[in-house]
Design a protein around this ligand. Structure first.
Ligand code: GUN
Length: 313
C-alpha cells in the first residue's frame, strides 16, 4: 500500500450527517410548539451484542443532542419472543411514542423468524426503520414515507456530494432486508440501472467492475478489492467489521499503517467491506468509520421526526 497514491475523493458522511441533523432542529422545535412535547423514539435492545449496544448508545446520544426523547427498554439474551412482543405492543399503544426501533439482531433463542415477526408487529406508522411489510411494499411502489435508514442515508450522501445516480450502472453487493434490497430499490427509483450481487453470484468481480456506483453491504472485511472497481467509480462502504487479529490488520492495511498502530493500542480496529487499495482506483469513497454509519443515525432521527409529524397530519 505505502507506495500507492490515494486518488479517491473522501465522501464525508460525518459532515453530511451533521447537515441533516441541523436541518431537523427547526422541525423538532416546531413540533414541540404545536404539540407540547418532543418527537419520541421507543427503542428495544435485546441481548448482549456489543455492536448493537454501541449503536443504540449513539442513537440515544444523537436524539438527546437534538432535543428529542428516547425510551429504552432492555431485555436479556435469555428473553423470550413474547417478552419482546409485549414491549413493542406497549410502544404501539403509547400515544406519546412516535417511532419504534427494535435493534437487530435479536437473540438467536427467540427463533429464526423472530425479527420478521417483531417488525411486522410494529405499528406501520411508527416504523422508523421502514422494515414493516407495509412500508417495504410501499417502498417497492416508490411511495414509502419511512424507508430503511442506511440506504436512505446513502442516497442523501450521493445527492449532497453531487454524484449523479440517473442513468448510471449501480451494483449493490449484499441482499439483506436491512440494506441490500431497500438500497437497490432506492437506486432504481432514482433511475439507476441496478444489479444486486450476493454470495452465489458468479463472476462477482466482473459484474462489479461494470459499475459507476458500488454499494458494498456484505459484512466481510476488505472483500471488495481494487481489481473489482472501474477506475473513477463511486464506492460506498456500508461494512463495519471488527478486526481482532493482528495479522489480519497487517495483511489488509500493511505493516506501516495507522490502523496497525491503532490496533496495537486498542486490540481492535474497524474495517469496511472495501479493501483500502480501492482508494487508489475509485473516484470517490466513503471511509470506515465516518462514512455511512453517522448517516444511518441521522436518517433514523429524520424518520422519527417525519413519523411524529405524519401522525398529526
Ligand atoms: N442493525 C443494524 N442496522 C440496523 C438498522 O438500521 N436498524 C435496526 N433496527 N437494527 C439494525
Amino acid at each position: 500500500m505505502s507506495g500507492n497514491q490515494n486518488i479517491a475523493r473522501v465522501l464525508d458522511g460525518t459532515a453530511v450527517a451533521a447537515d441533516i441533523r441541523e436541518a431537523l432542529r427547526a422541525r423538532i422545535v416546531s413540533f414541540g410548539a404545536k404539540h407540547g412535547r418532543t418527537p419520541t423514539l421507543g427503542i428495544l435492545l435485546a441481548g448482549d451484542d456489543p455492536g448493537s449496544a454501541l449503536y443504540v448508545k449513539n442513537k440515544m446520544r444523537t436524539s438527546d443532542d437534538l432535543g428529542m426523547t428516547t425510551i429504552l427498554e432492555r431485555l436479556p439474551e435469555s428473553a423470550s419472543f413474547e417478552e419482546a412482543l409485549s414491549i413493542v405492543e406497549r410502544f404501539n399503544r403509547d400515544a406519546s411514542v412516535d417511532g419504534i426501533l427494535v435493534q437487530s439482531p435479536l437473540p438467536q433463542g427467540m427463533g429464526a423468524d423472530a425479527e420478521q415477526k417483531i417488525f411486522e408487529a410494529i405499528d406501520a406508522e411508527k416504523d422508523v426503520d421502514g422494515f414493516h411489510p407495509l412500508n417495504v411494499g410501499r417502498l417497492v411502489q416508490a411511495r414509502a414515507p419511512l424507508a430503511a435508514c442506511t440506504p436512505s442515508g446513502v442516497i442523501e450522501l450521493l445527492d449532497r456530494s453531487d454524484i449523479d445516480i440517473k442513468g448510471r450502472q449501480a451494483v449493490v453487493i449484499g441482499r439483506s432486508d436491512i440494506v441490500g434490497k431497500p438500497m437497490a430499490l432506492l437506486l432504481l427509483h432514482r433511475h439507476a440501472t441496478v444489479t444486486v450481487c450476493h454470495s452465489r453470484t458468479k463472476d462477482l468481480a466482473e459484474v462489479v467492475s461494470q459499475a459507476d456506483i458500488v454499494v458494498a453491504a456484505i459484512g466481510r472485511a476488505a472483500f471488495v478489492k481494487g481489481e473489482f472497481i472501474k477506475p473513477g467509480a463511486t464506492v460506498i462502504d456500508v461494512g463495519t467489521n471488527a478486526l481482532t487479529v493482528r495479522s489480519d490488520v497487517e495483511a489488509i492495511f500493511g505493516a506501516e499503517s495507522k490502523k496497525l498502530s491503532a490496533f496495537d493500542k486498542r486490540g481492535q480496529v474497524w474495517c469496511g467491506d472495501v479493501h483500502p487499495e480501492v482508494a487508489c482506483i475509485a473516484g470517490a469513497l466513503t471511509p470506515v468509520p465516518g462514512g455511512v454509519g453517522p448517516l444511518t443515525i441521522a436518517m433514523l432521527m429524520s424518520n422519527t421526526v417525519t413519523a411524529a409529524e405524519v401522525r398529526y397530519s
